[in-house]
Design a protein around this ligand. Structure first.
Ligand code: ADP
Length: 190
């Protein structure tokens, strides 16, 4: 079973590459950000709670995000494999993901990390704000998301490097170039 984590700062192109990889390798794409935005749109009580957090660029509390992940996994019991996008974002989440997968005799196969510089990311996200109108794509909130990424998510790199599962791709290349590099990494390591 091929289980991939797609990793990188906000705006690095995780969503775009996830869609292409999902199609090529017949995986299920679990994007915690997409699930959260859907919940917010539904105006449920849970959605209202999530909205306040996401619009500040903060992380959704641990217990809630784990619930979201477990329910997404439960809905896809017969999947061929998964691509996790936006999860894990902290060491705690990574530890939990391993535990949850292990219960089903599964594990993470590899981590694909898209490397993009801060100034490129900020520019991309501000452009996306104009097109998609995401409330968390304002300059202040973007800076907060990048800060949280560096403080809380960055340490995951060392964790997955130690496990020999960490692979980097240059994320400022074209969509097709990145996809080619990502596919090569998957094909030669799985
Ligand atoms: P980004 O563009 O920052 O990668 P996402 O679409 O992955 O955005 O996530 C949007 C927001 O949803 C995050 O800023 C955060 O508030 C919340 N979120 C998504 N995934 C997680 C997670 N694994 N843990 C905590 N919060 C999360």
């Amino acid at each position: 079973m091929l289980n991939i984590i797609i990793f990188g700062p906000p705006g690095c192109g995780k969503g775009t590459q996830s869609a292409k990889i999902t199609e090529k390798y017949n995986l299920v794409h679990i994007s915690t950000g997409d699930i959260i935005r859907k919940e917010i749109k539904s105006h449920s009580e849970f959605g209202i709670l999530l909205k306040a957090i996401v619009e500040k660029g903060e992380l959704v509390p641990y217990e809630l995000i784990i619930k979201i992940l477990e329910s997404a996994l439960a809905k896809n019991k017969n999947a061929n494999g998964f691509i996790f996008d936006g999860f894990p974002r902290t060491i705690d989440q990574a530890t939990d993901l391993d535990k949850i997968l292990k219960k089903d005799n599964k594990s993470i196969s590899l981590v694909l990390s898209l490397k993009v510089e801060d100034d490129v990311v900020i520019e991309r996200l501000l452009k996306r704000a104009q097109i998609e109108g995401r409330k968390d794509d304002t300059e202040d909130v973007i800076k907060n998301r990048l800060k949280i990424y560096k403080d809380e998510t960055y340490p995951l790199i060392a964790l997955y490097k130690d496990q020999g599962k960490y692979f980097e791709v240059e994320g400022s290349n074209t969509i097709d170039e990145i996809f080619k590099s990502a596919s090569d990494i998957i094909d030669s390591n799985y």
